[in-house]
Ligand binder design. Structure first.
Ligand code: ATP
Length: 222
């Protein structure tokens, strides 16, 4: 599904985000990306979202060459991707339902279709009973699950998460990871950037380790 072929990213200020990264991610995989601050994790995510372009090499996502993608094609690319942030960026003056429905309004779906898809997404994160409440009534872990529901409501093939458990205690972090595993079991490819090696080691998935923009390990965490 994703192929980084000697992809490099050098920013305009001369900082190097990635040096010649070569990685293949199959459809349906669950993958962690780890490494110290500045290792290149967010650069990988931004390249996949076409927020940045490679300065060398070739990056393919579902057959599309992201080095050559036209700006007009980027919104279509992003419809295939869901993104979860550490700071879930919910709107506190709207209900949980309305927060999750936002990406669907942008797609211009009918009211019935929106209701059905939001219900399904809230079901996946076990929050159907909270639909009409504002996010401020929810716990931190529940708010993060609303962020995940919003990221999957348009049924993306790929889910990216950048430090999704950064603010959570270990028990809540493990619960959030279990939600990602459930979503992955339904066929979505999941890529999670995380510093939390203890949590990653318990989960037994493939892990890429980056160091100063270079891939230094690729395999199950031990
Ligand atoms: N927009 C930018 N402009 C210039 N340099 C950047 C930019 N974004 C990242 N970099 C540089 O690229 C390198 C990799 O940064 P990146 O943010 O990808 O690392 P990271 O592994 O996600 O770190 P963190 O865990 O702190 O988020 C760093 O040297 C950083 O300074």
């Amino acid at each position: 599904m994703i192929r980084f072929d000697r992809v490099a990213k050098r920013y305009a200020n001369g900082h190097v985000g990635l040096h010649e990264l070569s990685v293949h991610v199959r459809r349906g995989e669950f993958l962690f990306v780890t490494g110290h601050s500045g290792a290149g994790k967010s650069t990988m995510m931004r390249l996949l979202l076409a927020m940045e372009r490679p300065t060398a090499g070739k990056l393919l996502l579902a057959g599309q060459d992201l080095g050559k993608i036209r700006n007009s094609q980027i919104p279509f690319l992003r419809r295939q991707i869901g993104v979860v942030f550490q700071n879930h960026q919910l709107l506190f003056d709207r209900s949980v339902f309305e927060n999750v429905a936002l990406p669907l309004h942008i797609l211009g779906l009918s009211r019935e279709e929106i209701n059905a898809r939001v219900s399904l997404a809230l079901e996946r994160v076990s929050l159907r009973d909270k639909a009409m409440q504002p996010p401020s009534d929810l716990s931190t872990g529940q708010q993060q699950r609303v962020g995940i529901a919003r990221a999957i409501v348009h049924q993306p093939a790929l889910l990216l998460a950048d430090e999704p458990t950064g603010n959570l205690d270990p028990k809540l972090a493990a619960e959030i990871m279990a939600v990602f595993e459930d979503i992955n079991r339904l066929g979505t490819t999941v890529i999670i950037a995380s510093h939390d090696l203890a949590l990653i080691a318990r989960m037994r998935h493939r892990m890429l380790t980056l160091q100063r923009g270079r891939l230094i390990a690729d395999g199950e965490a031990v």
